[in-house]
Design a protein. Structure first.
Length: 198
């Protein structure tokens, strides 16, 4: 299976890429590193990535940033940065990628626990993650040629201790458990699902 992993050079993406590379052809895509570079906030950059990669069987996105800021300090511009990056960036991977993916292929996006479990200063990311979940659910019935789509929604991961204080009371999940969620989405048969890793 030929799998494009966007965000492959990040904390989560590296573990996911290494796991899939044991049995599959993995194209590692990053913003500044990897086999191919892409700016997911730029549609032309996304198209260029797909043109360079060629036809593929699955795309996994562990990419996208969003702002952590208290509501009192939040502005429309700050909020919009998350919408354009983590939300619309991943949505565009699907909207554009559907024209390049092989029949029976799959898309796996990454949302997060904040869609369901809000934390202080996390309203923008809660909205972004909720939007990604809703997009996966709603897009699934419309994708053609047997193409599937799911979203993986992980809790804070053990490999990101810098974020622990922002998620009080949460038990960090192991990277192995998160990797299994991506395997379930990519190698299984489900579609339109939110795979929660809590």
């Amino acid at each position: 299976m030929k799998i494009i992993i966007v965000g492959a050079t990040g904390t989560l993406g590296k573990k996911v890429s290494d796991a899939f590379a044991k049995k599959h052809e993995v194209i590692r895509v990053g913003n500044t590193k990897g086999d191919i570079q892409v700016d997911i906030t730029n549609e032309d950059s996304i198209r260029a990535m797909f043109e360079k990669a060629g036809s593929f069987d699955a795309l996994i996105s562990t990419s996208g940033k969003g702002p952590f800021a208290p509501i009192k300090q939040m502005t429309g511009e700050v909020f919009k940065s998350g919408l354009l990056d983590k939300l619309l960036g991943q949505v565009n991977l699907v909207l554009i990628g559907q024209h390049y993916i092989n029949k029976g292929g799959s898309f796996t996006l990454t949302s997060g626990i904040l869609a369901d479990q809000p934390v202080a200063a996390g309203a923008a990311l809660s909205a972004v993650n909720g939007g990604l979940n809703s997009f996966a659910i709603a897009a699934a019935p419309e994708l053609e040629n047997g193409i599937r789509i799911n979203a993986v929604s992980p809790n804070v991961v053990e490999d990101s201790p810098a974020y622990f204080d922002s998620f009080p009371g949460e038990i960090p999940v192991t990277m192995d458990k998160v990797v299994k969620a991506y395997e379930k989405s990519t190698l299984g048969i489900i579609t339109g699902q939110i795979i929660k890793v809590y």
